[in-house]
Design a protein around this ligand. Sequence first.
Ligand code: HAM
Length: 417
Amino acid sequence: MKVRKVRGTRDILPDKIRKWQYIEKIAREILENFGFQEIRTPLFEETPLFSRSIGEATDIVAKEMYTFKDRKGRSLTLRPEGTAPIVRAYLENRLPTPAKLYYLGPFYRYERPQAGRYREFYQIGAETIGSDSPASDAEIISLTMTLLKKLGLKDLILQLNGAGCRKCQPDYKEALKNYFRKKLNSLCDDCKRRYRKNPLRILDCKSKGCQKYIAQAPAISNYLCEKCKATLEEVKKYLDILKIEYTINPRLVRGLDYYTRTAFEITSRELGAQNAIAAGGRYDDLIEDLGGPSTPAVGVALGTDRLILALEREGVRLPVEEGIDVYLASLGTRASKKGFALVQRLREKNLKVEGSLSSKSLKSQLRLANKLGARYVLILGEEELTKKKAILKEMATGKQKKILLNKIVEEISRKVG
Ligand code: HAM
């Protein structure tokens, strides 16, 4: 039997990894500029952390979690998202408030795989815990837009809405129930379940049959309480100050139960069905729900896989560094031993250096140097050793010159460094 990767997972191979590294580097820089600090939490947590915070009626909890029993029979779940674990870590470690935390890494959802949707996918996320200022909502959105723009994405739409709160959501849920009651027989089985458990979740349904009813359903914007309305107005003002364009989507409520007030999604026209590149919002009750003191919070998560897909589809070329600085080609046993030591000394100077570890012909070594994208090739043979010199060839121009062995490290560091 040939062992293959699990459906919905991918190997990120060396020819693509530079893009990932570049994106992660820029993301870290921007997040740190915005005052966020990195946090790493475990890949798995106790199951109730997710079921309680994301909500039993959501697709994530009802159908998509990788849940398993460990050897002691405890129910554990591979993290399907980052917000709940960050809140758990914030509470458990008594982190100071306000806390501005960011994370990068893999997440797991049992979804039907397609372009831009995987069972193992990556997110870059940020959470501001302890601020109820709408300026924090705008800051979270601004940092996401800054990152997407810095990477070169253009075709973006920011959709914004107020998702309500514990005060106004019950009225809205009632209105949804009234509206869907007469249509219940035409809804899919999942929506029948959602109707009973949390009618808000019907709005997440992707099935065509339900979509046509969802399009006519009451919009939450008509049910917002004064505080929710005021928050939305303030967020809009802060976005205007930053000249960030948005459209109000009165039906946007997001597919996780913990959202209160601000909800937003950033989509790309290039992505088709799976078009949300980033999404987030406020979750002012989650920390209390997980056993902490009442603490407002807001955050975002960006799907790295979709980000890369959108960059490819928009034809953006990232300035990734390719190739190596020096390839050391050696001929003969004495030269190759000398070369082996030289490679090490050059690497200690922080240069990217590769050298032949076996005795290949000069021609095949030069071919390899080319393939590796070497900027310089250093040629060391018996004759060169006797004359205590080596040949340095610049690959772009083909120019060659002889340099003294005891000056090699200095000379190459000067040229390349
Ligand atoms: P989410 O909307 O479930 O929110 O996911 C955020 C982003 O992760 C999506 O917009 C998408 O780009 C990416 N994503 C989600 N599922 C997949 C998948 N199966 N394959 C590829 N990419 C995917 C959250 O996870 C919230 N924790 C965001 C948040 C942070 N809210 C407040 N703070």
